[in-house]
Write a new protein. Structure first.
Length: 276
């Protein structure tokens, strides 16, 4: 979630967390990060978001933030333990960076400089370390603009995506970077706000009663969370940067693997990560 003003994620998280065992099978851990300027509150657990007391805290504690990344895990690589629970956090250019990945990368063994190293044994955390490593090598010690980061990510991400499904969120608290090779959806809620109804729970809300004209919220998720709002699907290889609750930058990248699979469907490698 990326917002123009500090906003809580209570409504969306109530529906989202149902997918950790009730309406879907992403029950191998969960995590959520709330940015506050350069730093963030990060909560992770290796228990299902339906069973975890930490998740229950989040459902009942309306923490407000302009950038939030939440993840419910369905393990494809790595043990179901705390160090493998998304989102992952690292420091770069004096800010915390948060990353969450939905996918499965095959034969992904990049060379790293050693500045960023994995704590767990997932392909996801390794991909995060690789992306930050490449950014640090490209820009050195000076914090580049969001546009420069976005443009360079367009070069990095297709290389990772050659190894498999690579859908992710990345944020440093200033904005939210997102990328999809298979499945992501987005919508923007803004004035005049409307009524919304969750898919996974019999819960609805009239956002016009709890918002102001200054509020604006972009919500991005694998599958739509509501059944009465217009969600937009990402195209394979699409990258979007959200800032202040709206699209700041948008681009298509070329993933050679996706081109090959388009011409020869027998090459498509589907894993648990591709079944939501």
């Amino acid at each position: 979630m990326n917002c123009a003003t500090p906003t809580d994620i209570d409504f969306s998280f109530r529906g989202f967390s149902q997918r950790a065992g009730a309406t879907s099978d992403h029950s191998d851990g969960f995590g959520i990060a709330f940015f506050e300027e350069k730093a963030c509150r990060l909560f992770v657990d290796n228990h299902s978001a339906l069973e975890s007391p930490i998740a229950n805290l989040i459902r009942n504690y309306p923490i407000k933030s302009r950038n939030v990344i939440a993840h419910i895990r369905k393990a494809t690589q790595g043990k179901t333990n705390l160090e493998n629970s998304h989102p992952f956090a690292r420091e770069l250019w004096g800010r915390q960076w948060i990353f969450a990945h939905n996918g499965d990368l095959l034969n992904f063994n990049p060379e790293l400089t050693g500045r960023f190293q994995s704590v767990g044994d997932t392909d996801s955390e390794l991909a995060f370390c690789y992306v930050l490593d490449q950014l640090a090598l490209r820009f050195g010690n000076e914090h580049p603009s969001l546009e420069d980061i976005f443009n360079y990510l367009q070069q990095i991400c297709p290389k990772v995506a050659e190894h498999g499904t690579f859908n992710f969120f990345l944020s440093n608290g200033q904005a939210l970077f997102s990328y999809a090779t298979t499945k992501l959806h987005w919508l923007i809620r803004e004035y005049p706000f409307q009524h919304a109804k969750l898919i996974d729970l019999d819960v609805d809300i009239d956002f016009s009663t709890v918002t102001t004209p200054e509020d604006r919220v972009a919500v991005i998720t694998t599958e739509p969370l509501t059944d009465n709002e217009l969600w937009q699907a990402y195209q394979p290889g699409e990258m979007i940067l959200f800032k202040d609750g709206k699209i700041e930058l948008q681009a298509m990248t070329k993933v050679e693997r996706l081109e090959r699979e388009k011409h020869d469907p027998s090459l498509v490698r589907k894993t648990r990560a591709d079944v939501y």
